[in-house]
Design a binder for this molecule. Sequence first.
Ligand code: ZN
Length: 350
Amino acid sequence: MASLHGPGLLVDTLMDPVLTSTMVAELKPATGTGGGEGRIGAVVFTHPDVDHILGNQAVSMEVPRLGDVKAQQDILAQAKTLHRMRFTVNLGYLLWQALQLIGGPRLLPSLPGWMRPRALQVFSFANYAFKLGGFNLHTIDADKLPAFAKTIQTGDEITLDIGDASPLPVKFWQMGSIHSKSDSVLLLPQSRVCYTGDLLFIGIAPVMWAGPAKSWVTALDDLLKATGEDWLFVPGHGPVTDAIGVQHVKSYFEYLHQAVSENCADLPLMQPELDETCAWRTLERMPNQLKEHFHEPERIVICAVIERVALRTGAPAKVDVKFKLQWISKMSEYELKRDYLSTRLMRSEL
Ligand SMILES: [Zn+2]
């Protein structure tokens, strides 16, 4: 449908404009040196999560943006909350620095037991904000988040004009709301390469914000059927992988499905207050083989909570930025407990 001049098709941007500018500069040997960004003919967005869209303004606004209509809607919704996210992160960033002056998280073990839960909450909020504060969020212009020149859908083809060689077809495939509000992949049949967005996390535990796990397993099965053993897959996070890497991610979601439906059979689905109990149990019983493949296996706790929400409602969960930040904060809390408090204490609280 769309014919682009130039060999460059950028798939997603990074978390902020500064990082994205650096990436685009480093891509120049591949995209050529004509024009500001080399010869990037278009930017295609696989999904609307902040770590894939907030660097958008680093690419000339004349370069067309493409993506699915649901991704566009979510980007517009997030633009309205960007200032609040930035304020929260700045506040926590300063708090973390202030806490360092009185000893930082090393203080935690010396606090009386009654004070620890609240102190942990404060430290974990400040800790994740400090990590996010490492990005150049102040440089992001909320009015310059991706605005698609054209929304595209499954079956649409983008043709890259690469000079003397024959044009390179790129197929767009919207796979549903699974990891995020809308997840799409790009297939390059001639090169046998698939850009999967966040339907693949390699080496680090995937996070699921929509679900359920069965949809993720089906999507990966569909991808494997549409490709082949000699294909390469470019994940949203982690190094390039092959069909075996896809299988590993599939087994993570097979376990998630089985853990939430079978291991938590005694925790009624209709009682949301039991979601967290089920989620921590899912982590506790996670097979070592999976833990070896995925760093930060504790992220499966978020997936299990979302799995329960999706199963309860019979539809992908719809979570906002606030929910995501709350859970990212809980992951920081887990890390602080693990690193500064005893394992015994942690387990007794599960
Ligand atoms: Zn991502």
